[in-house]
Design a protein around this ligand. Structure first.
Ligand SMILES: C[C@](O)(CO)[C@H](O)COP(=O)(O)OP(=O)(O)OC[C@H]1O[C@@H](n2ccc(N)nc2=O)[C@H](O)[C@@H]1O
Ligand SMILES: Nc1ncnc2c1ncn2[C@@H]1O[C@H](COP(=O)(O)OP(=O)(O)OP(=O)(O)O)[C@@H](O)[C@H]1O
Length: 282
């Protein structure tokens, strides 16, 4: 049996530069992994198929599952004539904007690569991952990176200074495709990626918090007022920086001190069913 951890990601920035001819948007965004992770196990089984099991009822166990797609892609590309059983121990909330499915796909690429000794490099796996989804290449490498293109062109960055990350996911469904579809290029406040990158290089926590920005945030907030309410509540209770991750609906607060993080966390419990307080991953 082989095990892989699949951490969630948050976007410290997300900028859209233009819409491309292939229907995707050209983005520039800084992402980082946090200490909230799914755990996956992989084993070889009889029969030439991929089996997915999870105790989470929101997780599909068929070809809609990104881990299934990742395992099938490697099986076909490398002509693997054996079965694979994948167990997904889910901790990342589903459809949250935290790349849960993408991180499971990335962990599956790493896991199956080890399970069958395929000898693929992380770069190879990133390239294959891009066929599954825009967030998968980042999840293959993890850490902190600026992503360009449709999310697959990655440059590694220093990790954010240590802090607490309080996350709250309201019970609303958000379609990434719909949110990108509502982007209005004439009317948006772009985050300053260069300044955010400088704050990481200088390990300047407070400046990093000032530079958080996501052009998709107002779009999702206009569709779901709960997202705006969560942000306001986090700001009122003492968060140092607050932003929606990805296309949402999860909002995260960055907080330097544990006592303040506890205050933000406690103010959201009861208001929201999914609330977490975790650390950044170094
Ligand atoms: C919002 C983010 O999570 C931020 O990291 C990503 O940009 C989205 O990544 P993802 O969920 O892996 O996205 P994909 O599964 O590749 O694409 C879902 C849909 O989002 C839109 N999409 C996605 C990425 C991108 N750069 N431009 C887009 O317009 C497209 O309509 C696409 O059909
Ligand atoms: N391994 C998986 N875990 C959870 N959901 C999955 C998985 N594979 C496919 N899905 C499907 O994908 C949908 C989106 O779930 P996911 O948790 O990946 O969203 P997300 O965090 O918003 O992703 P992203 O930030 O990459 O857009 C779910 O509704 C679910 O049906």
């Amino acid at each position: 049996m082989i095990y892989e951890k699949a951490p969630a990601k948050i976007n410290l920035t997300l900028d859209v530069l233009h819409k491309r001819d292939d229907g995707y948007h050209e983005v520039e965004m800084v992402m980082t992994t946090i200490d909230l992770a799914d755990r996956l196990s992989f084993e070889i089984i009889n029969g030439n198929r991929v089996e997915i099991a999870s105790e989470n009822r929101f997780v599909p166990n068929d070809k809609r599952n990104l881990a299934y797609q990742a395992a099938t892609l490697l099986k076909e590309r490398f002509n693997i004539q054996k079965g694979i059983r994948i167990f997904l121990d889910k901790h990342i909330p589903v459809a949250a904007g935290l790349a849960g499915g993408s991180s499971d796909a990335a962990a599956t690429l790493r896991g199956v690569n080890r399970l069958f000794d395929l000898g693929l490099s992380l770069e190879d796996l990133q390239e294959i991952g891009a066929e599954i989804g825009s967030d998968v290449p980042f999840c293959v490498m993890g850490g902190t990176a600026i992503a360009k293109g449709r999310g697959e062109k990655l440059t590694h960055l220093p990790s954010p200074p240590p802090c607490w990350v309080v996350l709250a996911k309201p019970d609303v469904g958000v379609s990434t495709k719909d949110v990108y579809g509502k982007v209005n290029l004439q009317n948006m406040t772009h985050p300053n990626n260069e300044a955010l990158v400088q704050s990481l290089k200088k390990q300047d926590f407070y400046n990093m918090c000032q530079q958080l920005g996501n052009v998709l945030e107002p779009i999702t907030m206009d569709m779901h007022s709960r997202v705006r309410q969560i942000k306001e509540r986090m700001q009122k209770t003492g968060a140092d920086g607050v932003l929606m991750s990805g296309s949402g609906p999860t909002v995260f607060a960055l907080v330097s001190r544990k006592e303040k993080a506890d205050r933000v966390y406690n103010s959201l419990r009861g208001f929201c069913s999914n609330v977490y307080s975790v650390r950044m991953l170094r």
